[in-house]
Design a protein around this ligand. Sequence first.
Ligand code: F6R
Length: 636
Amino acid sequence: MKHPIQEEEQKERLRTRVHASPAAAASALAGEIRQLIERNRAAGRPTVLGLATGSTPVPLYRELIRLHREEGLSFRDVTTFNLDEYYGVPRTHPESYWRFMHEQLFAHIDIAPERVHVPDGMVPRERVFADCQAYEEKIRQAGGLDLQILGIGRTGHIGFNEPGSGRESRTRLVTLDAMTRHDAARDFLGEENVPRHAITMGVGTILEARRIVLMAWGRAKATIVAEAIEGPVRESLPASFLQGHAAVEVHLDEAAAGELTRFRYPWLVGRVEWTPATTLRAVTWLSATLGKPLLKLVDADYSEHGLADLLTERGSAYGVNIEAFNRLQHTITGWPGGKPGTDDTNRPERAEPAVKRVIVFSPEPSDDVVGMGGSLRRLVDQGHEVTIVYLTSGSFGVSDEEAAAAAELIAETAAHGGDAAGESFIAQVRQQLQAKKAGQIDPPEVRRLKGLLRRGEAREALQVCGVATGRARFLDLPFYENGRYRQFHIGEADVRAVAAVLTEIQPHQVFATGYSGDPGSVAAVGFEILTRAFANAANASWRAGCRVWLYRDMKGPWDPAEIRMAVPLSPVELAQKLQAIYRHKSQRSQRPISSGQPREFWQQAEAHNRALADTYDKLGLAEYEALEAFQLWPVR
Ligand code: F6R
C-alpha cells in the first residue's frame, strides 16, 4: 500500500521559490520589477502593475522605494491598479487602502497621481456596479496588467475574493469572511470597527494579468499556502485558481513554506538525507499517521509509507523506534532551568550553574504567561533569578471602552484624594477619548493610560504565577510607541534598549518568542530586535554561556520533532496558568462570543497545552495533563 499523497503525480502545481527571509524575497522581486519597467521603457511601453496591500508586500515596497532613492529607478511611466478597497471607508481613514498605498509606496516614488488607481470605497450602492465595470475598462485601456502582485489571506483569499468566489468573477462588491474581519481587528482597533464589505478585483480579473506573483511570509500562512500550491483547484480556496494560469510564481520565506510536502514530508517526494532531525520527523509522522505509538511501529509500516530508504539505511524499525522514543523522552523535564547536581547529558538544560540568571522576553504583556506561564513559575520556584522584560506597552490591545471606564474610576479617586496632577492627566485622557474618531490612532495620554492598564494586568498575572512583581521590567520600545500595526520601523533605540538589558543581566538563559511568525506582527518585530541585540553581543563574555529557548504563540500546532524541551503541567499548574492569563482582562472578549467566533485566548492556550500532551501520549510517551514546549535557538 502506498500513502495516498504519494500517488499524486506532482506535488507543487505552482512554481514556487523559497527565500531565506522576506527581505531576500523582496530584493529578488524588486529586481525583477525593475527589469520589467526598464525593458518596457526601452520598447516605448508603459508598465502596468497590479498591487496589493496588507503586511505581505511591505518589504517589497520598501525595496522599490530604495531602488528609486538610491539607484534612480523611475516610476514615471508606471500605471498601477490596486486589488481592493474597504467599502464605506473614505480615503482619509487611517486603514483605507488608498492611504496605505500612499504611505507605503506612492508618496516616496515619482509615480504620476493620475496613473494610480485604487477602487473607490465610497461610491454609493446604486453606482457600485457601474464603477466596478469602469475599473475593469480602465485596466483594459491601459493595456492589461503586466504583473499582478498578490498576498494570500488565511481563508485562502486573493484580493478580497473569499471562499465561494467563482473562477470567472469580476470586480465587484463582496462581503468579508469572519476570519478576515477577525484578522483585521487589530488594524481597525477592534473587530466592531472592521468594515463588512469591500470592493475587489475578481478572480477572473486577476487571472487576466500576464504574470502573477503571490507572496506569503510566516508560519501562520504555511497551511493555506500548501493547500493552494498542492491541493485541488476549488472555489473554497480561491488562491488555488492560480493553478490555471500559465505564468504564476509563488515566493515564500522558509516559515511559510514549512507545510509544503518537500519540507514537511520530504520522504514522500524524493530521496532524503537521513539526519537525526529528519528521522525524528519521519518517525513521529508515521506514528501519527498510523495512530500507533512509536515503539509499536514495525518494518512493514515503514516500507509501506515511503520510508523504505530509512529502513534500508538503519536495518530495522526496532532501532529507529527506540532512538526516536529516547530523543523525545529526553525533551521532558520538570526543571526548565536545569536540575542542579544531576548528570545532564540527556537533559535539555545544563545542571550548572544551579542558580541561573534568566530573562523572559515578552513582546506584549500577555505573551509570557500564554506561552510559558507554567514554566515561569517553575523557574522562580526552583530558585533562578528571573527577570521578565515586556518589550512593548501593549496599549493597542486595549479598547476605548475599557480605557474610558478606567478613566472614570481614576478621575474619582484623584478628586477624592485631592491629586491635582492626576486629575489633570485624566481630564486630558477623557477629552482625547471623546474627540477620538473610530479607528483613529490613540493620542499620547490615551496610549499611556492603556499601557498602564496592561502593566497592571501583567503584574497581577505574575503574582498568580508566584512571581514577585518587582521582577518585571517594562521597556515600552519606541518602534511600538511611534508606530501602528503593520507599520513598525525598528530603530537603533529599540536595539540599544534590549542590548542594555542583556549586558546588565548577562543571562544564562533567555526565553523569547516571535520566531518565524508573521513578520509584521509585534512578536516578530520584537524577535528581530532581539536578534540584532544578540548580534551586537556576539563577543560578550556571557554570550557563549547563554542558551536561548523559544516559546510558541498559539499559531498552529507543534511538530513534535521541533521540540527540544517539554515541561509538564499538572492539573493544578494548568489551572494556575489559566488564571494568570485570565488576569489580562483587557485581552478577553468585551462581549459574549457567539458560536463560530474564535474562542477566548486563554481557552486557546489551554487547548494547545493539552493537545501537545495528547500528542506525546499518542506517541507512547507518558500521559500528562498539559505540556509547554520550547525550541532551542538557533533552531537546528
Ligand atoms: C490586500 C489583499 C489581501 C491580502 C491578504 C493578506 O490588498 O487583497 O488579499 O493580500 O489578506 O494580508 P496580509 O498581507 O496582511 O497578511
